[in-house]
Design a protein around this ligand. Structure first.
Ligand code: SDX
Length: 431
């Protein structure tokens, strides 16, 4: 990071403190408060981190006002149109687009790590069949630390690399196994002759009793969904992975923590919640009732798949996802899908409603993704596991970047304490 060229002055009780300002390659300037507590004996206060940069990074940039999302400088709409998920994985991990030979070697490396240790199959059988697949994924991914001891030493660059490839390669296998277990079908092993997205569809939808042919339209749509969810700067689950990693926890434990955080309906769980909401609305004539509820301060209901902490214009991923929904449903011959009609009308009405316009609430990546996944045959409970599969490369890239930072310190926020000051214990007979 370049030396600061300017500073901010903070004056407290007549004493002034100079705080360096860092200028990024893109985005707002950053006031460096690392020495503030030592100098002025004060904390800053920012629950939810609305104004806080927790790290520096070169991986992903988001401009919420412009609706811009760059991965190592490349716009998401170009990557979604021209690239594919494993190439985007390489870009996020190593910083540059690979040449053909390098890409082929990377894809082969990932492909050859897609099987999981056979004994890990037993973990799935410890869950109830109706367990949410995210519960299974948190458990099984965390358990990888118990099977892959040769890639848990975070201080060993080679082990970090092996863990990275293992996680990217095995997440689809684990997610597909969680799905198969939930529907009582046998696990389907990965196949090395299939690309990443086709392999995932095969592991989810093939059965031993017959040959499964991957529909290239679905495979392309699946790959695009993976690409659109790959990374997203310092979102809640990525920040969870970074915080877990700052204590020196092994990569599998850190990714399991990220999966757990992603599960929440305010974050990755929104794709499941959004489709369930659209189904609950059911028809266009019921939209006004739900718009009114979303605006009612006394009603906890929110439009799932709407709003974003950063995007205050539009989520570029939602734009691509909406186009993909139209293409996939048309090609599948699913015309006049009522859920898609409700989604489009809900978007139209909401974006003309002053409440949503003033609060800058637009569809986010989760608003349309569930419609495509539903049309592809996935149950809603598999939507967030698919998000987790895709986001693993983002978590891993940010995890690697943080471990390479010589300034890495354990993350340990402070607080604004409003509790009791010191007081003496009162014996029970005197209470
Ligand atoms: C993801 O961070 C990331 O990058 C995440 C993600 C990624 O790729 O990692 O992009 C993936 O998590 C997308 C977001 C998915 N979540 C949802 O769709 C759930 C519904 N959305 C909201 O819960 C909310 O919009 C958040 C959580 C996404 C953002 O919350 P913020 O930034 O904390 O905003 P806020 O809750 O302070 O809301 C600001 C105002 C509030 O009204 P006021 O208190 O100012 O009067 O807008 C209102 C909110 O009540 N509001 C909504 C709303 N979202 C915000 N009102 C109705 N419906 C909504 N969806």
């Amino acid at each position: 990071m370049a030396e600061p060229t300017k500073s901010a002055t903070l004056t407290i009780d007549g004493t002034s403190y100079e705080l360096p300002i860092h200028t990024p390659t893109a985005g707002p300037d950053v006031i460096d408060i690392r020495k503030l507590y030592a100098q002025a004996n004060v904390f800053t206060y920012d629950p939810g981190f609305t104004s806080t940069a927790a790290c520096d990074s070169t991986i992903t940039f988001i401009d919420g006002d412009k609706g811009e999302l760059l991965h190592r400088g490349y716009p998401i709409d170009q990557l979604a149109a021209k690239s594919h998920y494993l190439e985007v994985c390489y870009l996020l991990l190593y910083g540059e687009l690979p040449d053909a030979k390098t890409l082929e070697a990377f894809e082969k490396l990932v492909t050859n790590h897609t099987m999981i240790h056979e004994q890990m199959h037993n973990f799935f059988r410890g869950f109830r069949r109706d367990a949410h697949p995210m519960a299974t994924m948190v458990g099984v991914v965390g358990a990888m630390s118990a099977f892959y001891h040769d890639s848990t030493d975070i201080n060993d660059e080679h082990q970090r690399e092996v863990a990275s490839i293992r996680l990217i390669a095995k997440m689809p296998t684990i997610a597909a196994m969680a799905y198969k277990y939930s529907i009582g079908q046998p696990f389907v092993y990965p196949r090395n002759d299939l690309d990443y997205a086709s392999n995932f569809l095969h592991m989810c939808f093939a059965v031993p009793a017959e040959t499964y042919h991957v529909n290239p339209v679905l495979s392309r749509a699946m790959d695009r969904i993976f690409t659109l969810h790959a990374d997203h700067e310092q979102n809640a689950s990525t920040s969870t992975v970074r915080l877990a990693s700052s204590s020196g926890a092994n990569p599998f434990a850190c990714i399991a923590a990220g999966i757990a955080c992603l599960w929440g309906p305010a974050h990755g769980g929104a794709n499941q919640a959004a489709l369930e909401m659209l189904r609950e609305i059911g028809s266009v004539d019921r939209i006004p009732e739900y718009i009114a509820r979303a605006k009612d301060k006394n009603d906890p209901f929110r439009l799932m798949g709407f709003g974003h902490r950063v995007y205050k214009n539009f989520d570029p991923r939602a734009t691509v996802m909406k186009q993909s929904a139209d293409e996939v449903l048309d090609l599948l011959g699913v015309h006049n899908n009522p859920t898609l009609q409700v989604a489009k009308e809900l978007e139209r009405i909401a974006l003309s409603d002053p409440y949503f316009v003033e609060k800058k609430l637009y569809p986010n990546v989760d608003f349309y993704s569930g419609i495509i996944l539903d049309a592809m045959g996935f149950p809603t409970a598999m939507f967030t596991p698919i998000f987790a599969v895709a986001r693993t490369v983002g978590w891993i890239s940010q995890w690697k970047e943080q471990l390479a930072d010589p300034q890495l310190k354990i993350g340990r926020p402070r607080q604004l304490y409003l509790g009791d000051t010191a007081r003496d214990y009162v014996d029970i007979e005197n209470r």
